[in-house]
Design a binder for this molecule. Sequence first.
Ligand code: NAP
Length: 421
Amino acid sequence: MIRLIETNASLIARRAGRPIVISAVSARDRNKDRGVDISAYAWEDDMTAMAARNDVDVVVELVGGADGPALTLARNAIAHGKSLVTANKAMIAHHGLELAELTEAARVALKFEAAVAGGIPVVKGLREGAAANAIQRLYGILNGTCNFILSTMEDTGRDFDDVLAEAQLNGYAEADPTFDIEGTDAAHKLAILSAIAFGTKIDFASVETAGITRISAADIAQADSLRYVIRLIGMAEIDGEGGMNRLFQRVQPHLVPFDHPLAHVDGATNAVVAEGNFAGRLLFQGAGAGDGPTASAVVADLIDIARGDLGGAAGAPFSIRVSDMEAMLPAPSGHRRGRAYIRFTVADRPGVLAEITAAMRDAGVSIESLIQKGELEEDGKVMVAMVTHEGPEAGVSEALHLLEGAASLAEPPLVMQILGD
Ligand SMILES: NC(=O)c1ccc[n+]([C@@H]2O[C@H](COP(=O)([O-])OP(=O)(O)OC[C@H]3O[C@@H](n4cnc5c(N)ncnc54)[C@H](OP(=O)(O)O)[C@@H]3O)[C@@H](O)[C@H]2O)c1
């Protein structure tokens, strides 16, 4: 961020109508080599002191963590009448409403473009560009680490653990990758986007979340033979069943048809699709992380604030004031209709297929294709994959419920939805 502000200083000043000046910096270790000379700037050992400085209008929080020092800094900044720019999706997903209410009351700005999909201006795109639309559905690839791992598995035929280890070595995955590979990071971003797109209160706790740790090279090869790729998709949509508006939110690996735009989103790239009732399908795509894209989003927020934009006339960080947001109940996945890919790992013995297909029949699930992989795995297990015809998701859940505890299943089945049009 410092490098960007220094490199593009005169361009930023012209665009913002005034220069953006770094008043002070803070981190844990003053002497760490950050690839940029910070000796010209005032240093604060205690970062909350930034909030009290008279020469600071905006505090930029790039510390991370839902709670702890980042949240303390955020609350302090607003209490001192400073605007806040943050890249911290965990903090916004958990405390965004509280911080938005505080900033609305203090008439300062809260901006978090970098928190969702790095350098892609999707928060701005939804808050401003799509502001006139009712959005029915929003989905996308929200985690670059998972996308890098899945597309590398696809390109190389290697297994998950192997590709994860390489991603950690070359900086595409954190030393502790749990938040990324278990889908939590994507769920944070989805909950934030839902609030902006649907005008509903952030409800991170209701995001059904599954990560990518169970995806095998065999799943990817199977999907490929059916003309799909596998991508971790965050999906949010309004469920109007029974005349009630409920919000469905889920992060789950999906099969994406070869000809879908998201099938071509490779590596650490992110992409978000929003369906507006007048704009139609909008696709936002770009780098989801990294120093440059993150700095680009942070400084764009600073430029907005310098231009006097505190979040629209109503001063609302989520495009609607918190007091006007709906508190939508979570929608159960069973209401949704779609096609699913289900992978079973079974003992190689007669009658197994009949047992699986009987459960499907009893639950009213219609099977479009059933593929039994010929080769035995080392431990005498066989992979059976199926694709269902379109039907209610509740049917698939019911079939899997009927199969629970079946001796022939070596592990719980893996279900992935197939992304529709
Ligand atoms: N990295 C990305 O590409 C990216 C993209 C989008 C959003 N984000 C978000 O940006 C935030 C930071 O992520 P990051 O990857 O940049 O993390 P990071 O490399 O660990 O940087 C965290 C920074 O916060 C400082 N810090 C941590 N605890 C502190 C404390 N108690 N007091 C003062 N300073 C403290 C660290 O200081 P030291 O350097 O002295 O240790 C470091 O400069 C997270 O919310 C993340 O989700 C990151």
